[in-house]
Design a protein around this ligand. Structure first.
Ligand code: GDP
Ligand code: MN
Length: 397
């Protein structure tokens, strides 16, 4: 699950990572109130107005602006709220901005010794360890830094059994070229950042930029956080941060039924039991001249109720021109699945797209017979090639 910047910063704060003071606003009036509160708290006379959407690159897209007066805050909040922010990480039509983060300016104008670093904590799948990736060249696109000056990107492997060690944090601060108070603050920052990553069961904490202020504080100015969905059961506070507005509405509905559904851009919907079979089925759709409209794993219990829910979800996608059901009857019997399909079909009623059902495994023949005798416009197959041919034929018509 992705988090908004302000949510990520709230978690960072809990773990002792220093962040600039900020308040979320949903209207220009609230933005001005927030700016006044921040002024009273920190003495700041400048603020940044930051669009809260699940996408990076907001600055370049016009979603992060510096306000030099309260009037500026009002004007910029008005401008950014309600805009469709387009960045390289959004869909082409952009993302609607519903909230802005008003934050104290920590770049104090006129001061010259500000520095921007990059730091992230993530899982290194090759070594099965967590890894801190960091660079003295922060603030810019880290992919560009990696391509142009790969020697400017450092990594530090962390053994998950013992967590980050102080000597590792000192090495990071040293490699970033810091000394004195800034060095000490960076050591603290890196240690606390790792603890936040581990404590929140995150798969990514990316801070770009980490800023060294002119008074040698080290602050997380941005925060991109991804939390492992499988851990949400033990983090009710993080689970509550989920923003359904940022997700595909069909995927949101599917998750309510515990269906593993991912929307794709093709024209053949598919319903499969098991993730591996789902991947193979998507390949098969490609080879038969179609394009998968989704990934959908109904899981072990392909009973009538789940099949019906899955059909309803797939049919919500207007691009779907045909549906391929590919079920392997291992624990579940094919004839029961077939009955489920027949029941679901008649319950839903008005299904206009052709459905191809391929059942293999226990009672596959009985299942095919059930479908063939149902009188419904459902094509059935037992062999995978036959199902592929059927998909190809219905797409031609
Ligand atoms: P992103 O573009 O989505 O990665 O958003 P960031 O939070 O990284 O902000 C984009 C840029 O805005 C940063 O790289 C900074 O250069 C700038 N910025 C962020 N916070 C401040 C601030 O407090 N003061 C000033 N002057 N600039 C800031
Ligand atoms: Mn950033």
């Amino acid at each position: 699950m992705n988090l908004h910047e302000h949510q990520g910063k709230a978690i960072l704060s809990q773990y002792g990572v220093a962040v600039p003071q900020g308040i979320v606003a949903e209207s220009p009036e609230q933005a001005v109130e927030a700016a006044k509160t921040l002024q009273a708290k920190t003495g700041t006379t400048m603020w940044v107005v930051k669009a809260q959407v699940h996408a990076g690159g907001r600055g370049k897209g016009g979603g992060v602006k510096l306000a030099k007066s309260l009037a500026d805050v009002e004007k910029l909040a008005d401008q950014i709220l309600g805009m469709h922010l387009v960045t390289p990480q959004t869909p082409p039509e952009g993302k609607l901005v519903r909230k802005v983060l008003i934050q104290q300016d920590v770049y104090y104008p006129g001061s010259s010794d500000i520095r921007e670093f990059y730091m992230s904590v993530l899982l290194n799948r090759k070594t099965g360890r967590n890894m801190v990736m960091y660079s003295p060249r922060g603030g810019m696109d880290i992919e560009a830094v990696a391509a142009e000056t790969p020697d400017q990107i450092f990594t530090e492997e962390i053994d998950p059994k013992v967590g980050m060690q102080a000597f590792q944090a000192r090495k990071i601060a040293f490699n970033l070229g810091l000394s004195g108070t800034a060095y000490k603050n960076m050591v603290k920052f890196a240690m606390a950042l790792y603890q936040a990553y581990e404590g929140a069961d995150a798969s990514l904490f990316e801070i770009n930029p980490v800023v060294k202020t002119s008074d040698d504080n080290i602050l997380a100015v941005d925060a991109k956080v991804v939390v492992d969905n499988n851990s949400l059961f033990r983090h009710p506070d993080i689970k509550a941060m989920r923003d359904f507005n940022e997700e595909d509405p069909i995927e949101v509905e599917a998750s309510r039924y515990d269906l593993n559904y991912v929307k794709l851009n093709g024209n053949v919907g598919c319903m499969v039991n098991g993730a591996g079979l789902a991947m193979a089925t998507m390949d098969m759709i490609k080879m038969s001249g179609g394009d998968p409209a989704n990934f959908l794993d109904v899981g072990g219990a392909a009973d009538a109720k789940r099949v019906e829910e899955a059909f309803r979800i797939i049919l919500k996608d207007p691009n779907v021109k045909a549906i391929l059901v590919n079920i392997f009857g291992g624990i579940v019997r094919c004839d029961r699945v077939a009955q489920g399909i027949v029941d679901a079909y008649s319950n839903i009623g008005d299904i206009k797209v052709p459905i191809i059902v391929r059942l293999q495994g226990t009672n596959a023949k009985e299942g095919k017979q059930l479908i063939d005798e149902s009188g419904l416009k459902v094509h059935s197959a037992i062999a995978l090639e036959d199902a592929a041919k059927l998909v190809n034929e219905v797409l031609k018509n």
